[in-house]
Ligand binder design. Structure first.
Ligand SMILES: Cc1cc2nc3c(=O)[nH]c(=O)nc-3n(C[C@H](O)[C@H](O)[C@H](O)COP(=O)(O)OP(=O)(O)OC[C@H]3O[C@@H](n4cnc5c(N)ncnc54)[C@H](O)[C@@H]3O)c2cc1C
Length: 358
């Protein structure tokens, strides 16, 4: 479910050529800022398909943009990110200041930690903790049926929002190409590593591309690509540092009446009691839900002798698809999320598409 890019450096930055493998949010924003800052650099962005690649976790209806994290490092990155989404006229087109409602149970200290972090970073304004009893009076009563226990804890942060992910990703890839970034549509089968230096990549169709710097922004597929490329080099393996995990999402196509009912909802991350899930305001009349119960696909990788979690890449297990392809246990988890968040107010909501997202 995402990772910071891995960079193989080999040349001084100002006179360099770059291959970035993976055109999700990390790869694309690396290409965009690199080319803006060093116009003379040769930058090639590679992904499996024509852009935007539907397998990317970043290719989605919408994503929450927030600073509400337990870890102060993430919190401060989130504040920087929110500032960019709110003030950069390019990115702002796809940002909606919907706010984020976080729900935890009594034993969790997440909300206290978020407030402590925001206080330290001088960003507490807009963050409003409240009790389950007060929920009916907020958000026009849309969450009055939410499954809550009296001692659950709630925090609404009005400074968070959502971004229309796929639209922003597509536009940023186009902006990269307008700046002179070359886009190559091909799966990378392996990295070319000589004397511990990565010199280039080989694609499934047998092409070899070389550059002075190779940047991996391959998200959940990173461990497998490195294992396939350098199976005997134990020190390069990802090991326990990154584990590919998936969660399941559902999207409901709303009719006009339902759009009016749900359009002003905030993003919600509900982690209390038997509920582990999220929702966010509709984009293009699609209301999205996520079950936050994650799972992995661990297989034995014979060449490197290790067990790694490998994301699926076939359509029914990596992209939006018909609910008929989704295992019934995952559908039940999502039904539980929808009912926990909206109770009776969810009646009439029918899942139209689902996705296992890595
Ligand atoms: C269901 C879900 C909901 C989420 N919600 C949020 C949220 O609300 N807010 C938030 O901040 N984060 C959220 N995240 C996390 C966020 O989506 C990720 O952190 C982010 O998208 C990761 O971006 P990335 O560029 O690292 O990876 P990805 O977007 O997955 O991109 C990796 C790209 O690398 C390509 N690639 C991999 N291997 C190869 C290869 N061998 N050859 C060619 N191309 C290759 C893939 O095709 C893919 O396009 C969510 C994640 C999931 C799964």
């Amino acid at each position: 479910m995402g990772s910071f890019p891995i960079v193989f450096y080999s040349a001084p930055v100002r006179m360099s050529s770059y291959i970035i493998v993976g055109a999700g949010v990390f790869g694309v924003s690396t290409a965009y800022h690199l080319k803006k800052q060093i116009p003379s650099a040769s930058v090639t962005l590679i992904d499996r398909t024509d852009p935007p690649c539907p397998i990317a976790a970043s290719h989605d209806i919408n994503k929450i943009v927030r600073a509400d994290y337990e870890d102060i490092f993430y919190c401060s990155l989130g504040l920087e990110t929110l500032h960019a989404w709110k003030t950069d006229p390019f990115f702002n087109q796809w940002f909606h200041p919907a706010g984020l409602l976080t729900v935890t149970d009594r034993k969790s200290h997440l909300i206290e930690k978020i407030l402590e972090n925001l206080e330290k970073l001088d960003a507490k304004s807009g963050a409003d903790p409240f009790t389950p009893r007060e929920i009916s009076a907020k958000f026009d009563g849309i969450f009055s049926d939410m499954r809550l226990r009296p001692d659950d804890k709630l925090l609404f942060n009005g400074s968070a929002g959502i971004a229309e992910a796929e639209k922003a990703l597509s536009a940023t890839i186009q902006a990269c190409m307008d700046l002179g970034v070359r886009y190559v549509a091909a799966p990378v089968s392996r990295l070319i590593i000589n004397d511990k230096v990565c010199k280039g990549v080989q694609t499934d169709d047998g092409r070899t591309l070389s550059a002075q710097n190779i940047i991996l922004s391959t998200g959940a597929a990173t461990a497998k690509l490195i294992a396939d490329s350098a199976p005997q080099q134990a020190e390069l393996q990802v090991g326990p540092r990154i584990t590919a995990r998936a969660v399941c999402c559902a999207a409901v196509q709303l009719d006009e009446q339902q759009v009016r009912k749900f359009k002003k909802v905030p993003a919600v991350a509900h982690h209390a009691g038997g509920t582990q899930g999220e929702t966010m305001p509709p984009v293009d009349n699609l209301l999205k839900f996520i079950s936050d119960i994650s799972f992995q696909n661990t297989v034995f990788h014979p060449e490197s002798g290790q067990r790694i979690s490998v994301p699926f890449t076939d359509q029914s297990r990596s992209q939006w698809t018909s609910p008929e392809y989704i295992p019934s246990e995952l559908k039940e988890d999502l039904d539980n999320v929808i009912k926990s968040l909206y109770g009776k107010k969810a009646s009439g909501l029918k899942t139209t598409t689902m996705r296992i997202c890595w």
